[in-house]
Design a protein around this ligand. Sequence first.
Ligand SMILES: *[C@@H]1O[C@H](CO)[C@@H](O)[C@H](O)[C@H]1NC(C)=O
Ligand SMILES: *[C@@H]1O[C@H](CO)[C@@H](O)[C@H](O)[C@H]1NC(C)=O
Ligand SMILES: CC(=O)N[C@H]1CO[C@H](CO)[C@@H](O)[C@@H]1O
Ligand SMILES: [Ca+2]
Ligand SMILES: [Ca+2]
Length: 578
Amino acid sequence: MLIILPVLLAAVEARFENVHLKQDWWENSVFYQIYVRSFMDSDGDGIGDINGITSRLDYLKDLGVDAALLSPIFRSPNHDFGYDVSDYYTIHHEYGTMEDFDLLLKKANELNIKIILDFVPNHTSNESEWFIKSSNKDEYYSDWYVWENGHLDAQGKRRPPNNWISVFSKSAWQYSPSRDQYYLHQFGVAQPDLNFRNPVVVEEIKNIMKYWLEKGIAGMRINAVNYIFEADKDLYGGRYPDEPITGKPGLGPDDYNFLNHIYTKDQDETYDLSSQFRDVFDAITLRDNLTRVLMTEAYTGIKNAVRYYGEGVYSDSHIPLNLALIEDLNKESDARDIKYAVDRWLTYKPLRKPANWVTGAHDKSRVASRFRPKLVDAFNMLVLLLPGIAITYMGEEIGMVNGFVPWTKTTDPLACNTDDPVNFIEVSRDPFRTPFQWSNGKNAGFSNAEKTWLPIADGFEHTNVEKQRSAVRSHYQVYRGLTALRTRPAFRLGRYESLALNNDVFAFKRWYKDDAYIVVMNFGNSYQVVNLTAFDLIFGQLEVEISSVHSSRSFSDDILANFLDLAAEEALVLRMQV
Ligand SMILES: *[C@@H]1O[C@H](CO)[C@@H](O)[C@H](O)[C@H]1NC(C)=O
Ligand SMILES: *[C@@H]1O[C@H](CO)[C@@H](O)[C@H](O)[C@H]1NC(C)=O
Ligand SMILES: CC(=O)N[C@H]1CO[C@H](CO)[C@@H](O)[C@@H]1O
Ligand SMILES: [Ca+2]
Ligand SMILES: [Ca+2]
């Protein structure tokens, strides 16, 4: 027995490791979200395009990116910049042609960079042929959208079917004279919701997915997936039920948060649909042995969010976006809040499924502006070194800040809808979408046009790729160091443990066998001394692997585990010396 036990244990351990060493391409990848309109303009019209992306694939490769996630490239009248699609089978003319897209795929394939497309199935554009036919009661398309009769109020005035409010504010119902009915739009007036209770619509959406997946893209992100279904009116006597009022102070009946969205969000049917989508993806994965990744985006509570992983042995979304670092944190967040947000997601997600980390998106204030510019490296360390998948919004690797876009240049429908040249700034998403900053040249190297679709953000002369690439210390260099580091077993396969060492300093340990790292970051704005021996088996000396731009420390500097003095906002990756 005494002799057999170690042998047995070794066998068990070996088997355990084999299971864990085999990872599919996506399970540890770095995804990079490209807002196509603002990444690179190849033809001088001031608008980013597909050939622009193709010309910069080497940049992504160099950065250590595995997959590029492109914001919608389908034909669109652009009332909501591609989030209103008029034809899912055609490339939007400003972005190029299908040949351009095929070339992008080919070149990306050569560099082993996967291409993922953002897909918006909740609604189409009102200029979609489907919607125009549906508005005209075409027999086949009649039931493709959510149509409903209005009613007359006591004064004989026409009123929408119920009290639902659109995310972009005001009634979610729009009257259509041609049908003398209202259509539902959970987002803009120009974005009518598709009717997913019509099986023909579901089939068509699956066909669109097949079309693009067969073309060779490696996956899709399903946008706003939790808005797809509304309550089944047949369960409510044939009438869509009113939503209850939240009673939150300061809100009027036009404000989205005036109502509690129990009938228009997170409906149970969504989860069944997402597992049907997964089947479409898996069928194509099986056919040519390249896993097609289903990503889902849902701003919702954590229990709803992790439910997209699928229940029990069933898998739905490969990557249900984890928006904790966006939604749960703000300027006031300290080390305890960070630990809580990170550990919370890891606690709720199914044990065997990979986590994912996101700090930015085309709808959210940039890290440098949402927190502080000096915390950019700390957040990139979180995204890239926490266990699982890393997702970066373009520009976060160089610490871009929100641009200033005045009212006269504002394009975002969410901001324009306010009709308010002062307060539009609170809702405008244009500041997070200003052109990518390649150099300190004309238009930050984004375009040689006289005028770009959005103005270039201030400070591009200092914050740009060219400058950061040639600098010894820069956010770009830190980011590149992190993508290289994360391929080591401790980060790819290793275990995780975290501590708020005090209110300001968050630290986590990643280790595999006896290779151990401590990632430590000071979120406060004053000097702090911490003792890293609070972590199990961390003692003696550690060596600096990577240090934030403003740190006084460099690669291979020694650190005493029991006495680490950290400057304000300093962030370090340390390796335990054995
Ligand atoms: C679509 O909606 C927009 C915004 O309300 C409107 O300006 C446009 O005329 C509509 N187009 C069609 C074809 O109905
Ligand atoms: C499928 O791809 C995986 C990973 O790329 C590879 O290990 C495996 O051998 C491939 N299987 C077939 C049948 O080609
Ligand atoms: C995060 C995200 O992609 N949100 C999108 C959800 O859908 C609306 C309407 O299409 C877009 O405006 C958002 O950008
Ligand atoms: Ca262009
Ligand atoms: Ca819907």
